[in-house]
Design a protein around this ligand. Structure first.
Ligand code: NAD
Length: 340
């Protein structure tokens, strides 16, 4: 019995890396069936204000799982991010990003023998991402930051549950409650309240600037960190850098009814269409989607093949041993398939 999911190829390198990941899934006989949906920048340009057609929205809401490639958001006025809209429309309130050292992906820490394995849980809907901004005068722009107790509680509870499920010992709350006493203060207060329900997990809090410093000096001391939306966005890209870059950063947007799995990186317009993109982040996102759907054996088989391929030194141009020629997306994908 195959599980049907919605798939959106995305923009830029999206179609290239999605094709690579689905090829790996096919080679492992993953029991999934795909319904490709019309979603992305071209649909926004064609007049669909959410960046997707009504049919795409209906399909995603029926199937409950969206596996998506990155989607373009032009900078500046008048254009809403399709990614942010999708997260909001479906209340995917928790953004989980897992970062870990991968053999074959050299970083400052892997070279020093310091393994990293940490999870960032970012609140995904509130904060400044409401985009509630206006010009007070020609020279003064004002933005509103909204943090609610229920919105904070649902993501913080998700973070504690995730920590419990993974058998983690520690969960930290990153914040700036020393300055933003009401907004970050509310998030921190909610964290401290919910922490009482999980005495088996050591709960601590840390000011976000100190957190950034400690992440780049002692990343191995963290297991999981929950943050508000904007701070979580920035800190998670920092963590991607710790494990080798955006090419290795997967993400899951979890809601009660709909969940979206995607890479952390964007459409990489500078390399789009060249066939050289690294599909690893989307593949890691796909692996976490397989686990979420209960296909643990497929997830483990594919993950082992990916890890072995990286250990063999096979790499795309954005990482790896420069002495070994870089593979293009197809050759990298075929090497993973050969190792399954
Ligand atoms: P980006 O992540 O697209 O690219 C940053 C750098 O990383 C570029 O040099 C790029 O070539 C490289 N890179 C990213 N992914 C790579 C991969 N898989 N393989 C090899 N190299 C890779 O960030 P950006 O340039 O700031 O954003 C481009 C567009 O993507 C923007 O329109 C932005 O809004 C959008 N975006 C979408 C998402 C999403 O869909 N979730 C996330 C971030 C950015």
């Amino acid at each position: 019995m195959r599980t049907k999911i919605a798939v959106a190829n995305g923009d830029g390198i999206g179609p290239e890396i999605m094709q690579a990941v689905l090829k790996v899934f096919e080679a492992n006989n993953v029991p999934l069936e795909y319904e490709f949906v019309e979603m992305g920048k071209s649909y926004f340009d064609a007049g669909h204000s959410t960046g997707m057609t009504a049919k795409a929205k209906e399909t995603i809401e029926t199937l409950g799982i969206l596996f998506k490639g990155p989607m373009e958001t032009p900078k500046g006025k008048g254009v809403k991010s399709i990614n942010v809209t999708a997260r909001k429309v479906w209340n995917t309130y928790a953004n989980q990003r897992d970062f870990r050292t991968l053999n074959g992906v050299d970083t400052v820490f892997s070279k020093a023998g310091i393994p990293i394995n940490l999870t960032i849980i970012r609140e995904n809907i509130e904060d400044t991402y409401g985009g509630i901004e206006h010009l007070l005068t020609y020279d003064v722009a004002v933005g509103r930051r909204i943090i609610t107790r229920p919105g904070s509680a649902q993501v913080i509870r998700y973070a504690f549950e995730m920590a419990k499920r993974k058998g983690l010992k520690k969960l930290a709350c990153g914040h700036k409650a020393n300055i933003m006493k009401l907004t970050d203060g509310l998030f921190l207060e909610t964290f401290q309240e919910i922490a009482k329900e999980y005495p088996e997990i050591e709960a601590s809090d840390i000011i976000v600037d100190d957190l950034c410093m400690k992440l780049v000096t002692r990343p191995e001391t963290f297991e999981a960190i929950v943050l508000t939306n904007l701070q979580g966005d920035i800190v998670s890209d920092l963590c991607a850098g710790l494990v080798g870059g955006l090419g290795f950063a997967p993400s899951a947007n979890i809601g009660d009814n709909i969940s979206i799995f995607e890479a952390v990186h964007g459409t990489a317009p500078d390399i789009a269409g060249k066939g050289i993109a690294n599909p690893t982040a989307l593949l890691l996102s796909g692996i976490s989607m397989l686990r979420f759907l209960g296909f643990s054996k497929n997830a483990a088989d594919i993950e082992n093949a990916l890890l072995y391929t990286l250990e063999q030194g096979v790499h795309t141009g954005d990482f790896g041993n420069k002495a070994i020629p870089a593979s293009n997306t197809n050759a990298f994908t075929d090497a993973i398939i050969a190792n399954i």
